[in-house]
Write a protein that binds this ligand. Structure first.
Ligand code: SF4
Length: 419
């Protein structure tokens, strides 16, 4: 068999906080999804899957050629260990493709109990160098989810040190501390970042109080709008995919099991389209280092709910440019408004208020979304609607009409340019 003349594309790994988000991620082209069980997983509020839910998720994903990795990434206490072996065997029986683990004790039990399962080291283990990568490889992990605090050269150097798969976060929220190693949320809200339940108090607006002057709040300001001291923008390495491929990354991961279905779908769609576009360029003979994504990708990237974008440590450590100092979040111009539930006629399940005359976009496989105006909405009883609320099913009539809608696709509404 002749060898492909260019590097393999990495796997596109998407978050599946719920079954609906899993369906959406797969619809938009994820090669693999990661999800949490109701036990032994971080992201306590992510709508985690019980055993029946995991079996259903695996069946659905495998039926479409998609892999399922399950997070078992708590830092376990002795009391957790008693039920762990049985749980791991349940996951193996469900047919999952890999476990995401952070705790060395959990890793060693998994090696004994489910030796056939691939073991992936969580980013919580903070692998930042080649020696650490080699160490974990010796412990039997088949994949390392590298720390977010690495630059492209360091990723390439780690690639030289180990043959195990490398997975890198490319999109989503950033933590101002080393991936959740922070007690701010525990202290201020009782929600434990180390159990995946961070309330993000690093993004709040702060004032200074002197202990003998309670109630007197001294401003801590960059300017008159105040200061959000630790308020990082979000990670986005979309424009750097060619360099990540060149560095030998095996899997690119989108953060966000807590994020909305609309966010997951929009982000997966964008990265799928980008990977496919890059592959097309390479198969036409382009040099990987020369490949640059067209401007339309940048335009679409801005439409995804975001707090601004950072490439984090990719070229150099982040600076003040990578922080949001004047606001907690940025206004969003677009919002998901519905999911396609039937195609002939076009029926959507609304997730937002929708009115006649609204400008909407259908997110298909092409990078440019189809833009339309809502010209009619019909309830199941045949009555016409001027306005529908979230949670309705309506037949949608648009101008121009939507040619070939697909089940589970997202319809997005334009609410004005935030910039
Ligand atoms: S409060 Fe901020 S820095 Fe601390 S764990 Fe949460 S996201 Fe990370």
């Amino acid at each position: 068999m002749s060898q492909q003349p260019y590097p393999s594309l990495p796997e596109l790994l998407a978050p599946a906080g719920t079954f609906e988000k899993l369906v959406t991620a797969i619809h938009y082209g994820a090669d693999a999804v990661y999800l949490g069980g109701t036990r032994f997983s971080l992201r306590a509020r992510a709508g985690n899957f019980d055993q029946a839910g995991i079996i259903r998720a695996v069946d659905y994903a495998h039926g479409r050629g998609v892999k399922v990795y399950v997070t078992v990434n708590i830092f376990a206490h002795n009391r957790d260990l008693e039920t762990l072996p049985a749980y791991l065997r349940e996951l193996e029986a469900a047919g999952v493709d890999g476990l995401i683990i952070a705790d060395p004790g959990v890793l060693s039990i998994a090696r004994q109990e489910v030796p056939s399962l691939s073991l992936h080291l969580s980013t919580q283990a903070n692998v930042t160098n080649g020696a650490s990568a080699a160490f974990w490889a010796e412990q039997g992990v088949s994949r390392l989810n590298l720390a977010r605090e690495l630059g492209r050269r360091e990723i390439a150097e780690i690639r030289e040190c180990t043959g195990v798969e490398l997975e890198v976060f490319v999109h989503g929220a950033l933590c101002i501390s080393y991936s959740g190693r922070c007690m701010l949320s525990n202290y201020m809200t009782g929600r434990d970042a180390n159990k995946g339940d961070c309330a993000h108090p690093c993004r709040y607006s702060y004032r200074l109080v002197e202990e003998k002057r309670p109630g007197q709040y001294f401003p801590v300001e960059e300017d008159e709008r105040g200061t959000y001291i630790f308020n990082s923008t979000d990670l986005c390495l979309l424009p750097r995919l060619p360099q990540l491929i060149a560095a030998g990354v095996d899997s690119i991961k989108i953060e966000g099991r807590m994020k909305s279905m609309g966010y997951v779908g929009s982000a997966v769609r964008l990265y799928r389209a980008a990977l496919d576009w890059i592959e097309q360029q390479l198969s036409s003979g382009a040099d990987l280092e020369e490949v640059e994504l067209p401007q339309v990708f940048r335009k679409e990237m801005k439409k995804i709910g975001t707090r601004g974008h950072s490439q984090n440590f990719f070229d150099a450590p982040p600076s003040s440019e990578d922080m949001l100092y004047d606001t907690m979040r940025q206004a969003q111009g677009y919002a998901p408004v519905g999911i396609v539930r039937a195609t002939e006629p076009l029926i959507i399940e609304t997730r937002n208020v929708l009115e006649l005359g609204d400008r909407i976009e259908y997110l298909g496989a092409e990078i440019e979304p189809l833009q339309m105006e809502v010209t009619g909405m019909i309830h199941p009883d045949g009555s016409k609607a001027q306005r529908v609320n979230p949670g309705n099913r309506v037949e949608l009539v648009t101008e121009p009409p939507l040619g070939a809608p697909q089940l589970d696709a997202i319809v997005r509404i334009y609410r004005g340019d935030p910039e």
